[in-house]
Design a protein around this ligand. Structure first.
Ligand SMILES: [Zn+2]
Length: 178
């Protein structure tokens, strides 16, 4: 009976882990399959266009990139240009920018891409070093370039930390009530 319970717990644990793993992989695959790459832009050109438009307010106007126009003023893109094009956690180096759309009719936007050690296309993003959920600011001082795999793993740890803090707060409140 004990063995059965243990087995059940163990299976459940693996099942949940696999579910998370599948979801994780699905996320990565979605990034690859749902993007339509309209045009490849070199790292140098992409960074230069972002730097040339640092004076512009966010979403002020679109700039021409090859045959398309994109906004280049987001904190995400400014992080790539100002903090570098490698993941600050695993050091994966981006190889190029791409003007992409995720679905028909969406305005093209600029993404940063690289290849992981297995040769799979990997999307880059900007990570809030101190997560916003833990009080971090949505400012360039608090962002670094990060591959989506590291960003996803870090976010999982941050969710655990947020949950711990909520639990501590609850215990504190309960103690103060008593
Ligand atoms: Zn990484």
């Amino acid at each position: 009976m004990v063995a059965l319970v243990g087995c059940g717990d163990y299976s459940f644990h693996i099942y949940v882990y696999k579910m998370q793993d599948r979801w994780y992989n699905l996320q990565i695959n979605l990034e690859i399959t749902l993007y339509t790459h309209l045009e490849k832009i070199s790292l140098e050109e992409g960074v230069q266009v972002i730097l040339n438009n640092l004076h512009m307010k966010p979403k002020q106007e679109r700039v021409t990139l090859g045959n398309n126009t994109c906004h280049v003023t987001s904190l995400r893109l400014r992080t790539f240009a100002l903090k570098g094009t490698s993941c600050y956690i695993c050091n994966l180096k981006a190889t190029h920018f791409s003007v992409d759309i995720q679905y028909d009719g969406q305005a093209p936007h600029l993404n940063l891409w690289g290849s992981n050690p297995d040769g799979e296309l990997t999307l880059f993003t900007h990570d809030h070093v101190l997560a916003r959920s833990l009080g971090g600011k949505d400012k360039i001082e608090n962002t670094k370039t990060c591959c989506t795999i590291c960003n996803f793993e870090k976010a999982k740890l941050e969710r655990i930390e947020v949950a711990k803090r909520h639990a501590q707060k609850r215990v504190h409140l309960e103690e103060s009530v008593v």
